[in-house]
Structure formats: C-alpha cells, structure tokens
Design a protein around this ligand. Structure first.
Ligand SMILES: O=C(O)CCC(=O)C(=O)O
Length: 349
C-alpha cells in the first residue's frame, strides 16, 4: 500500500517536471536537462508507454514542414514510397541496412582526413587522458571521438551531411519534423579485445534525443565480425513489451550479452557487418552496442536526427564554416528546418 502510494506520488512528480519541459520547449525551443531526467524516469517506470505518448505529442506539435518529395542521393534516386517502405522496415525491426553504399573513394578520403584531427581518447568522464590523433598501430584509447566542429570543415564529411536520404528517412520514420541533432565520428581500436562500458561496447538503450530519433551509421572502413560491428537487438525498439518491463525498470544501465540473448533470443541479436560505404539506420531506443574490436579498427560517421524537443538548438548551437560544399548549401536551402542547430561562422543568430 505504502509502496504503491510512493510509486504514484513519484510518477506524478516526474510528470509535473516533464510537463514543465514541454512548456519550456514551446516557449524557448528546447527542454532542459531536468525535464529530460524526468522523461527518462517515466520511460523506465512505464515500460516505454510514456515515450510512445510523447512521440504522439511531438507529431502533433511539430508535424513535417513539407511532404516527402523525390530526390537524388549518393545511394540512388528515391521516390516517397521507397522512403516510406524503409521507414516501415525500421518500425518493424528497429534497423535497416541500405542495399546501396556511399562511394568507397569518398570513404577513403574522409578516413585519411580524420587522421590529422586531434580526437578525445576516452569517454570516461573522469579521464584526463590528452587528445591525440588516431594511430592504428599504437592506440591509447578504445575509441577516438572527433570534435563535431572539425567534421564540418572536412569536404568529404560535408558530402555525407549533404545527402538528403538521411533527413527524408528520418521524417518518414518520425512522422514529424526531423532535425539534425549531431554528428559523431569515431575510430574504435583494439584494446585487449575486452568491451569497455564507457565506449558503448555493452548492451544499452539510448534516450538522449527523446522521444524519437534515428542514427545513421556510415561504415567508413570495412566492418567485419573482428573489427567491431554495431550489434542491434531486433525488435527491442518496440515499447510496452511485457518481456522488457523488468529490464527497463532498472534504468539507464548496461545489460550482459547472456541476459539479452535470454530475453530476446539469440537469433534477434544482429551483428551488422558491411563493406566500407555501408549505411545503416538504427533506432537506438532498442538495445544495442558496438562489439569490441578483436583486430584491425573501425571508423564510423554517424548522423543523428531527432524531433526537436532535446536537439541542442538553444543550449549548444554549432558554428559551421561560412563556405560549404555546393551540394550541402543546396540541401540546407531545401530543408532549413533540419539544420536549425547550425549557424554559419559570422552569423549572430
Ligand atoms: O559503436 C557502436 O557501434 C555503438 C554506438 C552506440 O552505442 C550509439 O551510437 O548509440
């Protein structure tokens, strides 16, 4: 009785903070960290029901600015029905592997450029390890994260960002306005072959872009079972499944491989290998991890799209070069709402 009262009181308290976050979003364009914590808490308490509801709210508050239209991409020509079919597969499985790829020469050019950029070599928040350029023969960290501002300066990186396939699939999947939330590029290195929890090498779910988002992984190098494939648990992105209730109620924690296989079945644990240029869309609300590389190394460029509730338009706007690749200029002009977080150098707002 007391426990259930405490539970109801706790839920009401979190709902109040989440509601305040929605008001903040409507007034100022972004909800704050306290609202995010409350929403994560509600997500875990309700076995994801809260998140499904919030996604419906965001569809109402920020519907697509324009309907899908045909476009050309590095991956081919797309008509709206083909994009909708991809979104339907992501809705079913939680991920989609494109059957065409980014040109290998562009991947090589990008990989080469990343080697001269200083990267963060540890994701441990307490780490004081200095930044370094990636040296595959002598790695000092499990992952090397490149600063997003540097990626925007790389011509081949601008070609990735310019491709309209990503924002179109995101819009079809969300049924709402897609915003580019951020771009993450990182090398994964062999560090004894053991998974590092801070480097997302153990199963977990994401929530930072709630309530609905999509991450596009571009494999910039060949990814084999040995070089650290992304691993996704098929179907685990669907909320309100009774088998997930207990696991989700534990919150934002790492889950062992054995438990994942037990709850979802080993056949649903998908190791996503692919040649360089492979593109994968993943709804990382589902359980996933990067497998720790056993040999070689892996370079991933990741574009994350989200509905705008927590996109860092207000708290962390990003300055990008005034001069951009003509293809990227064209995409920004065609879909300005997607790039609202990004300001040209020299612009004041
Ligand atoms: O390195 C990986 O494949 C895992 C990435 C990941 O956990 C994420 O992007 O949320």
């Amino acid at each position: 009785m007391i426990a259930s009262l405490r539970q109801s009181f706790g839920t009401a308290w979190q709902l109040q903070k989440a509601g305040r976050g929605l008001l903040q979003f409507l007034r100022h364009g972004e909800a704050d960290h306290a609202a995010w914590l409350a929403m994560l808490n509600l997500h875990c308490r309700t076995n994801g029901r809260w998140t499904d509801m919030l996604a419906r709210i965001m569809r109402r508050l920020r519907p697509p600015v324009e309907p899908l239209r045909p476009f050309d991409s590095m991956l081919g020509h797309f008509e709206p029905n083909a994009v909708e079919a991809i979104a339907a597969q992501i809705r079913r499985d939680g991920y989609y592997v494109f059957d065409t790829a980014v040109p290998a020469a562009l991947c090589d050019e990008f990989a080469e450029a990343t080697k001269s950029i200083e990267a963060r070599t540890s994701r441990d928040p307490a780490s004081r390890q200095p930044s370094a350029k990636f040296d595959p023969a002598n790695p000092v960290g499990h992952v090397y994260d490149l600063p997003e501002s540097e990626i925007w300066k790389v011509p081949s990186g601008q070609k990735f960002i310019a491709d309209p396939i990503f924002l179109n699939v995101a819009q079809a999947y969300f049924g709402a306005e897609p915003m580019l939330k951020d771009i993450n590029v990182w090398w994964s290195a062999v560090m004894g072959g053991k998974p590092d929890s801070n480097s997302a090498q153990m199963f977990h779910f994401d929530y930072d872009a709630a309530p609905v988002w999509l991450k596009f992984f571009i494999y910039v190098t060949d990814v084999t079972l040995e070089t650290g494939p992304h691993v996704f648990v098929r179907g685990s992105h669907r909320m309100q499944q009774p088998k997930m209730r207990e696991m989700l109620s534990r919150g934002y924690v790492r889950i062992s491989d054995d438990e994942i296989a037990q709850v979802f079945g080993p056949d649903n644990v998908i190791e996503l290998t692919g040649r360089k240029g492979t593109v994968i869309a993943v709804d990382t609300l589902g359980y996933h991890k990067g497998k720790a590389p056993q040999s070689g190394c892996r370079l991933v460029a990741q574009l994350e799209f989200a509905t705008p509730l927590f996109a860092k338009t207000v708290s962390e706007p990003m300055a990008v070069p005034a001069q951009l690749d003509p293809g990227l200029e064209k995409t920004i002009q065609a879909y300005p709402w997607t790039f609202r977080r990004y300001r040209r150098n020299g612009e004041t707002n």
